[in-house]
Write a protein that binds this ligand. Sequence first.
Ligand code: ADP
Length: 471
Amino acid sequence: MFNRLRTRLTLFILGGTIFSIILVSIISNITLFNKFDLYMKKEQKNRIKELTHLIKESYEPEVGWTIDSLENIATSSLIKNFDIVIRDNKGNVIFTHYVQNNMMRMHIEMMRKMGHSMMGMGRRRRSFLENGEYKSEVIELNKNGEIIGHVEIGYIGPFMVSEREIEFAKGINTSIIFSALISIIIAIGLGAYLSKIISKPIINITKASNDIRNGKLDTRISKLNNINELNELTNSINHLAASLEKQQRLRKRLTSDIAHELRTPLSILQSHIEAIIDGVWEPNIERMTIFKNEVDRLIKLVEQLKYLTDIENHKIELQIEEINLTKLLKEIVESFKVEFYNKQVSLESDIEKDVDIMADRDKIRQVMINIISNALKFTETGGRVNLKLRQDKKNIIIEIEDNGIGIPKEDLPFIFERLYRSEKSRNRKTGGAGIGLTIAKKLVEAHKGKIRVESQEKKGTKFIIILPISS
Ligand code: ADP
């Protein structure tokens, strides 16, 4: 349960939200109380200053404080919450005012209530109430440079917190609690929604991977969301399935192709040998030559397969040397002249001068022979094959183009696979086993080059070989 992505995500978001709410409430309370503290201290100081000022102003020179002026002090709102004792310059008490005891208690009680409602404010609360101790101070009164008396001011202080101020602080914390509740509900909803959009595609991908593992290679995952990482994962799995499917198709085809390639010569041999054993046929030179040709075909096939495996296993090392490709290609064209003439196919060439390359002469020759002989094989009498050689700054480009039968579109992706022959060429009994192009591709790649094909059925085929100059 707790290991499920959905539960974890929801818990993480919830945890994060609760943590932020606690943090916000602590920080806002601390800030609020610090400001409050400062404000209160300043306020208290101002009140004492104003009160002292009032007492001094009530003093009339030569007359001193009169009943009227003391009455004025007694009715002023400034004396509220202060114990006041005014003494004249001889030390006689001329005015007293005491805050009633029950009022003090009420005040302290109010402050306690306020502190109690503060979230997480234990420490702060204590110091807030400690400030509620009784304090008194004696202030010298002087007017026109003459000491006129002293006033003793006592107060619970420094705070004189009004109910409005307590309500304000309470209000802040209530709104924090409310927003906390709303945020928690939103966090749960958000967590559930988020985990749905993340976990649903993951469940789909897991299901599809299991199907692929169980052999359903045509399984593909449809893109359900626009989260890049999940889309990339989906693409990778789809690619994996597609390439496994292709490999499986090729493997099946390869097995049936090998069987086919072996069956034809073997059944010819079998039927001929049976006919000789049954005495139907005389074992003469002609028949023996047929046997030999079939055996040769089998040996060639096995040798080609072995050669291919050797290239793949890096058992064949390249003999790299500087070769004049212009010269080599001209020689190859020359050597094909008779074959082309016999089939009445023209062989044209457009070979750039002085093209040199570091390569294995025999292997490059073999690539060219395989591709040119294919071009001849698959081009009808009267057709034409064109060989081009050119180079740019980085690469040497060889193109072999024919206007022969072309390759069906569906066969193009497989043309370089071993033993692959398009149905048409298979039916034509052209003789090859479908290994020539695979070998050519491996040899070009061994030179760090690339080979590709462009073809259109009934129009012709073009093979392009790109070899890096500094291979
Ligand atoms: P093969 O021994 O059959 O020629 P390759 O590997 O050389 O084997 O070629 C594989 C297949 O590619 C051929 O059987 C043929 O179907 C196709 N192919 C190759 N070259 C050409 C071409 N120039 N024109 C048409 N089809 C071609």
